[in-house]
Design a protein around this ligand. Sequence first.
Ligand SMILES: [Zn+2]
Length: 223
Amino acid sequence: MFYWVATAAAKKWAGVLLTLYAFATDWLTGWHGLNFVMRGLLDEPAHLATALVLLGALIRVRETQPDQCFGWMMLACSVLIDIDHLPAEFGFKLLTNGTPRPYTHALWVVIALTAAWAIGRFFSVGSGRPQPTKFELILAGAAWGISAHFIRDIATAPMSFWWPITDIAVEAPYWSYIVALGVIILIGPGWRLACLDDALWDERNYDANKSETRPDSDQMSAR
Ligand SMILES: [Zn+2]
C-alpha cells in the first residue's frame, strides 16, 4: 500500500494534480467562513495533498522509497497536528490564549522533534547500529509532516509561528504557497542535500540502489 502511494506521489504530474487540488480547495470553496467540521473536511485533504507533494520530492531526491513507518507518520502528522484546535472548539483556551492558532502551531514543535530525532540518532550511531530505530523514524516522520502542514497553514491564515518567543501573528502571502509547491515539484534527483540523512531511509533499499545508480559517487569516495 505505502509503496503504491509513494510511487504515485513521486511522479511530478501527480504533484501538479495534488497542488491544483489544494489551490482549487482554497479558491473555490472559501472554507475559512465555514464551521469547524466543514473547514476540516475541506482543509485537511489539502494538507494531505501538500504532504504528498513534499514526500514525492523527498523520494525523487533520494531516488528510493523511505521506510514506510517514516512515510505513514509524515502523512498522518500533516493532518493530525490540527487536533490541537479541538480544545478551543469546546471552549477551552488552554492552547490558544492570545494567539490566532494553538501554541503547538509553531516552529518550536519541529525543532523539538528534530532535536529528539538527532539525539536518538546520536545514540544509535554511538552503539554501532546504523539502521534507524522505529523511534527515530516516527520522530523524523512527524517533523516532516508537521513542516508540510505549516507550509500550507502559514499562507492560509495567521499563526504565532515564533511562539513562545513572541505571540505575534505571522502570515505569508498566498502566492508564497504557490511558489513553494512549484519549487518542491521541480525538485529532482540532482537536488540531493546532505541534511536529508540516510538514516531516514531504508538502508537496504538505498544500498541496493546506490551500487546500480550511483557508481560515480562510490568511486569518488574510494579515491
Ligand atoms: Zn493547522
